[in-house]
Design a binder for this molecule. Structure first.
Ligand code: FAD
Length: 179
């Protein structure tokens, strides 16, 4: 990153900075940099809200809260470019050349597999795929488009008893899982 974080002199106030993503680290960095006068653009591969909107179930965070935060940042001058998957459908090199500094806030969406035979069999899914597809379908069509992994009438086994596992329990039960 060229230029010091949080510099407030005139030159750095005009610096353009690149931030990916639209989630926790990206939003916090955008807010802080914008507050001290930098010109900030956030690139996010997902629709507005990124994984905060689509990865976390509605029962846990209302999406209006996330969008409200984004609208507040937009009103304060932060620019958001969504559906921009940097390195895939959006040129990373071009961003580097047209901005003074880059902050990578891409999160850790690579799932952790279970290293046992059969881990890739049909019916075995990663939590974020399951949760994201469900929330997206819910927001887009109230689940009418069928573009989600249904747990209805299924006996669901969840490996991993943390926060993400709890979200999978709640989502499965909401869908009408048998157990
Ligand atoms: C299901 C689930 C439930 C959770 N519940 C809680 C909770 O209740 N409380 C809590 O404190 N924490 C919770 N967490 C953890 C919390 O979400 C993470 O700690 C936090 O989101 C990490 O923030 P981050 O900004 O580093 O990354 P992320 O939030 O993962 O943000 C990364 C963003 O970068 C985008 N991105 C990635 N690559 C690119 C690219 N090449 N181009 C453009 N954009 C890109 C992604 O789309 C994503 O929006 C939960 C996590 C999960 C998965």
């Amino acid at each position: 990153m060229r230029g010091g974080y949080g510099r407030t002199n005139r030159a750095s106030a005009q610096a353009k900075r690149w931030l990916s993503s639209v989630r926790v680290a990206g939003l916090a960095a955008a807010d802080q940099l914008n507050k001290v006068g930098h010109t900030v653009t956030v690139y996010e591969r997902a629709p507005p809200g990124g994984l905060m909107t689509y990865g976390i179930p509605n029962m846990k965070i209302e999406k209006e809260t996330v969008l409200r935060r984004i609208h507040l940042l937009e009103a304060a001058g932060v620019k958001f470019v969504c559906n921009a998957h940097v390195g895939v459908n959006f040129d990373a090199e071009q961003i580097k050349q047209t901005h003074d500094a880059v902050i990578l806030c891409g999160g850790a969406t690579q799932p952790n597999s279970v290293n046992v035979p059969g881990h890739d069999l049909e019916g075995i899914h990663y939590a974020v795929d399951f949760l994201s597809a469900t929330t997206q379908s819910l927001l887009d069509s109230g689940l009418a488009d069928g573009k989600y992994i249904s747990a209805k009438d299924k006996h669901v086994i969840i490996i991993g008893g943390g926060d993400t596992g709890t979200d999978c329990v709640g989502t499965s039960l909401d869908m009408g899982a048998k157990a």
